[in-house]
Design a protein around this ligand. Structure first.
Ligand code: PNS
Length: 163
């Protein structure tokens, strides 16, 4: 069985993430979506909230599992029995960071590879931070996040408390 792992902060999940998830799920038998548990980085949504959003928006996608991880990504990949890390690439601005991440992970675990899916051009500008900012000011986020989480995103983002 070929498994892939799609890691990220997902604070919150966007339509760009969801597009990658749908396409990645076609490439593997099981896709593990791994939410980073990182206390050093301030986030708007708790890990539990982010997992809840991801489960909601992927409910119709078969063979997808949502988990959280707190250590190294490669250790998480090994724990879940996958040697394929999947990341989305939006633009050239992502490239340097993604290359560093992929090469570091390769150095740590030579048996694990990173596969990049280019983001749909429709979502090339989109990021979770853009969503947080627009939602915080009450702007329209309907083109940015899945419909079923819009209200929840507004509720939290308008209060603007980071965790
Ligand atoms: O959505 P993001 O914030 O761009 O995702 C970044 C993520 C979670 C993929 C990255 O920060 C990560 O893998 N963190 C876990 C720690 C780790 O393995 N670091 C070593 C590689 S530099």
């Amino acid at each position: 069985m070929r498994k892939g792992i799609y890691p990220g902060s997902f604070d919150p999940v966007t339509l760009g993430h969801l597009d990658i998830i749908r396409r990645a799920s076609e490439l593997v038998d099981e896709l593990v979506i791994a939410v980073l548990r990182n206390n050093a980085k301030k986030s708007l949504f708790s890990v539990e909230e982010r997992i809840g959003f991801l489960k909601q928006v992927t409910a119709d996608i078969p063979r997808v599992k949502v988990i959280s991880f707190g250590g190294l990504l490669v250790d998480c990949a090994v724990e879940y029995g996958t040697r394929t890390i999947i990341r989305g690439l939006r633009a050239v601005t992502d490239f340097e960071y993604e290359l560093q991440l992929a090469q570091t992970n390769k150095r740590l675990r030579p048996d694990i590879d990173t596969v990049f899916l280019t983001t749909n051009v429709e979502y090339a500008y989109l990021s979770s931070s853009v969503v947080r900012e627009i939602a915080g000011y009450g702007g329209d986020i309907s083109h940015f996040v899945p419909e079923c989480i819009i209200e929840d995103v507004y509720k939290k983002a308008k209060r603007g408390e980071e965790v």
